[in-house]
Design a binder for this molecule. Structure first.
Ligand code: 5AD
Ligand code: SF4
Length: 438
């Protein structure tokens, strides 16, 4: 029996790509290895969104050098965004790597791994070409969860935010035909999945025979699926119809991840985001008006080039004004090949980190306050599994995507929808007590 060992870095898109890589390997009779030492194939699925993620990968890769010397038969593959962007550097720094496979070409695993010793196999196989038919691939996924599933609805990105590497690694934006999305979700429902998260760099620009709100409507009517989520939305094309779809379709959860990036309109311009802070505020106002209780989360970049104190203060002000339910914030990281990397006025790391700290501190206060208001309320949660740290606890999420823990009980199983009363709020989770199963 041949075995594979797979390490994933980065975003949800990569997590799901890894499920497909695993699916392809398993369809060729590979099983998962406990450690790299037991594996016949080792795959790194990499991320290049920020420099740190890339460095982390290069140092883990370095550790495989000795393994490959001791066990020359082991095949090492690098997949993901670093593979796409830095194939030459990988070859140079790690000549022991056997395969390089970009995110648009993961189907190549089927050929390269099926018979690594067959004559067709070449030591330096690199698969990083643009793939116009990526939307037709429908690769089998070996999913790690049994209740919630990721589903690609589109690939790539055309926005070219000036800091972002994604349009260069994942290529041009392409929507998957609605028919294959629907069949995949029907099959998931038949297997017992209850929740789907639709994945795309910018789901709002989904276009096939229907637009994104239309797609949500079709998925809403698939029996067995109880919750629908989606990531990520771009504020510039958050349409009224999408707001109505979240409001009106029963299964579409009241949560939107809507990256703001900065509260300064000047910085948003330099970022090529195509909206002003006021535009953003108006969209959020409309969301809150139409869908009371909607959770809004965001991404913020600290220390973008030319960000002055007043721009940073505008971001802090925005966080106080909008009161996000949560955020991901990172220091700006210059990515070679992007426009922002060559801009004037880069900010030193200490100042970026100081600004990041202020952003996170302010948000912590907001999160605590908002979570506190949930104490005593009733929430419907979908039970996902047991708490990893604390035995005897189950975990699930509210429709607004807040994590809830509750005491396990023989009456409650993974995949159940349970009504809970929130008894105590913490920053990263809520404690609940079951009231009834729905
Ligand atoms: N530096 C810092 N953060 C970045 N992001 C994307 N590119 C960069 C970069 N070069 C962040 C953005 C985006 C999230 C996925 O990652 O906030 O929304
Ligand atoms: Fe990057 Fe912008 Fe595309 Fe998001 S929308 S992936 S931030 S270019």
């Amino acid at each position: 029996m041949r075995k594979y060992y797979l390490v994933t870095f980065g975003c949800q898109m990569n997590v799901h790509d890894s499920e497909k890589i695993a699916g392809l390997l398993e369809s060729e009779a590979y099983t998962e290895a406990e450690s790299p030492r037991d594996a016949d194939v080792i795959v790194f699925n990499t991320c290049s969104i920020r420099e740190k993620a890339e460095q982390k990968f290069f140092s883990s890769l370095g550790r495989l050098r000795t393994l490959k010397m001791k066990k020359p038969g082991v095949k090492i593959a690098v997949a993901g965004c670093v593979a796409q962007q830095k194939a030459d550097e990988i070859r140079e720094r790690a000549p022991f790597v056997d395969f390089i496979v970009g995110p648009q070409n993961i189907h190549a695993f089927r050929t390269i791994i099926a018979s690594p010793s067959a004559p067709a196999y070449k030591h330096d196989d690199t698969y990083t070409g643009d793939n116009p038919s990526i939307t037709e691939l429908d690769l089998p996924a070996s999913r790690t969860d049994t209740v919630r599933a990721w589903v690609n609805i589109m690939y790539g990105c055309d926005n070219f935010c000036s800091y972002c590497i994604v349009p260069y690694t994942r290529g041009r934006e392409k929507s998957r035909p609605s028919g294959s999305i629907i069949s995949e979700i029907r099959a998931l429902s038949e297997k017992g999945y209850k929740e789907v998260t639709l994945l795309g760099q910018n789901v709002n620009s989904y276009r096939s025979d229907t637009d994104f709100p239309g797609l949500l409507g079709r998925i809403d009517s698939i029996p067995g699926i109880e919750r629908i989520r989606f990531v990520t939305s771009h504020p510039k094309d958050l349409s009224d119809d999408l707001v109505y779809a979240i409001r009106d379709f029963e299964k579409v959860c009241e949560h939107i991840h809507l990256p703001l990036q900065s509260g300064s309109t000047k910085i948003l311009g330099l970022m090529n985001r195509n909206y002003t802070y006021d535009d953003y505020l108006r969209r959020v106002g409309f969301l809150k008006k139409e869908i009371p209780g909607i959770a809004i989360t965001t991404d913020i970049i600290a220390g973008f080039p030319q960000e002055k104190d007043e721009d940073h203060r505008a971001t802090l002000r925005a966080l106080g004004e909008i009161e996000f339910d949560g955020l991901f914030a990172f220091n700006y990281s210059p990515r070679p090949g992007t426009t922002a990397a060559t801009m004037e006025g880069h900010i030193d790391d200490a100042l970026k980190s100081q600004r990041l700290y202020e952003i996170l501190e302010l948000q912590n206060g907001v999160t605590d306050r908002k979570n506190k208001t949930l104490e005593g309320t009733l929430q419907e949660i979908l039970v996902e599994g047991s708490d990893e740290k604390e035995r005897g606890l189950l975990t699930g999420r509210t429709r607004a995507n807040k994590i809830v823990t509750l005491p396990s009980s023989p009456a409650i199983e993974r995949g159940d929808r349970v009504l809970v009363k929130i008894v105590r709020a913490h920053r990263h989770s809520l404690e609940g007590a079951a009231v009834e199963r729905s």
